[in-house]
Design a protein around this ligand. Structure first.
Ligand SMILES: Nc1nc(=O)c2c([nH]1)NC[C@@H]1CN(c3ccc(C(=O)N[C@@H](CCC(=O)O)C(=O)O)cc3)C=[N+]21
Length: 283
C-alpha cells in the first residue's frame, strides 16, 4: 500500500482560482486588497519565501508592497515602518517575516500591528479571538492543513489527531482550530516532554508533525491508513529534511510531502486571510 499524496501545490492553485474572482469583485467595489511584507536582513530562505508571496499576489491580482530593511535596522525604524503600514489604505493586510534578527524584540513589534491588518493570524488579539470563538484571521499553516485534509475528504469529525510540536505558528494554535465544533476532532499535543511518543502516534487517525526534528515520525509508529502531515523542515548537510521518514508512505493512507504540501497551503491561506479582511472592510 502506498499513501495518497496530499498535493499542496495543486490545492493551492485551485484556491488561487477561487480567490481571483473575489479579488476582482473587491477591486470593482473600491476595496482592492493589498498585502505588504516586512523583511529584515538577507537570509536567503526568508528572501525566497517573501518572493514567492509577491508572485502569488500577482497571480490572483492582489497588489503587493515590499518593505525590505537592512539586517542592522533599529527597533525604532521597524516601528516606523509598522506605523506607516497601519496607516496606509493601500495595505489591507501585512506580515512581518519571521524570524527577526536577535537584536530586535519581536513581541512588541508584532503587537504594534493593527489587528485588522494581521494577515498571519498570529497577532495576540487574533489568537485571543480564536480562543474566544470570535471571528478573526486564522493562523495560516494550521488553516492550510485543515483545508488540505478537507479537500481530500479526510474525516476530521471525531478523529484522533496527534500534533507533535508546541511552536507558536503550528503546534500551539492548530488544536484550537481542530477542536471547534466545525472540525470536532480530539487533539493530543505532543512535545519534548511526552513520555511515549510512539504510543501517542500509534492511536492517531491524523498526525501533524511540526517538531522540526528530521525523521522523527517513523513507519512503525503510524496506524495503517492514517493521514500524516509533514510540517517540519530542517536544513541538514544533505539538504532539507522533513519530520516524517519517507517510509511512512508505505503505511499511511494520506501523506503531505515536504516540500509540496503544507508550505504552498500556508501561502494560499495568507492570501485568503487578506481577501477575507478586505471583504470584512466592505461589511
Ligand atoms: N510572519 C511569518 N509568516 C509565515 O507564514 C512564515 C514566516 N513568518 N517565516 C517563515 C515561515 C516559513 N513559511 C513558509 C511558507 C511557505 C513555504 C513554501 O511554500 N514552501 C514550498 C517550497 C518553496 C521553496 O522551495 O523555496 C513547498 O513547501 O513546497 C515554506 C515556508 C512561512 N513562514
Amino acid at each position: 500500500m502506498s499513501a495518497t499524496i496530499l498535493d499542496g501545490k495543486a490545492t493551492k492553485d485551485a484556491i488561487f482560482e477561487e480567490l481571483r474572482p473575489r479579488v476582482a469583485r473587491l477591486v470593482e467595489q473600491g476595496q482592492a486588497p493589498g498585502l505588504a511584507t516586512v523583511l529584515v536582513g538577507d537570509d536567503p530562505g526568508s528572501q525566497s519565501y517573501v518572493r514567492a508571496k509577491h508572485n502569488d499576489c500577482a497571480k490572483v491580482g492582489i497588489k503587493s508592497i515590499r518593505k525590505d530593511l537592512p539586517a542592522d535596522v533599529s527597533q525604532a525604524d521597524v516601528e516606523a515602518v509598522i506605523d506607516e503600514l497601519n496607516a496606509d489604505p493601500e495595505c489591507t493586510g501585512y506580515i512581518v517575516q519571521l524570524p527577526l534578527p536577535k537584536h530586535l524584540d519581536a513581541g512588541p513589534l508584532l503587537e504594534r500591528m493593527a489587528p485588522a491588518k494581521d494577515a498571519d493570524g498570529l497577532h495576540p488579539i487574533s489568537l485571543g479571538r480564536l480562543v474566544l470563538g470570535e471571528e478573526a484571521p486564522l493562523p495560516c499553516t494550521p488553516r492550510g492543513i485543515i483545508e488540505l485534509l478537507r479537500r481530500h475528504d479526510v474525516e476530521l469529525n471525531g478523529a484522533r489527531v496527534a500534533v507533535v510540536g508546541r511552536g507558536i505558528t503550528v503546534g500551539r494554535p492548530i488544536g484550537l482550530l481542530l477542536t471547534r465544533r466545525s472540525e470536532n476532532s480530539t487533539v493530543t499535543l505532543c512535545h519534548t516532554g511526552t513520555k511515549d511518543l510512539a504510543s501517542e502516534i500509534s492511536r492517531a487517525d491524523v498526525v501533524v508533525a511540526a517538531a522540526g526534528v528530521p525523521n522523527l515520525i517513523t513507519a512503525d509508529m503510524v496506524k495503517p491508513g492514517a493521514a500524516v502531515l509533514d510540517v517540519g523542515v530542517t536544513r541538514t548537510e544533505d539538504g532539507l529534511a522533513g519530520d516524517v521518514r519517507p517510509d511512512v508512505a508505505e503505511v499511511a493512507g494520506f501523506l503531505s510531502p515536504n516540500p509540496g504540501g503544507v508550505g504552498p497551503m500556508t501561502r494560499a491561506m495568507l492570501l485568503t486571510n487578506v481577501v477575507e479582511a478586505a471583504e470584512r472592510n466592505l461589511g
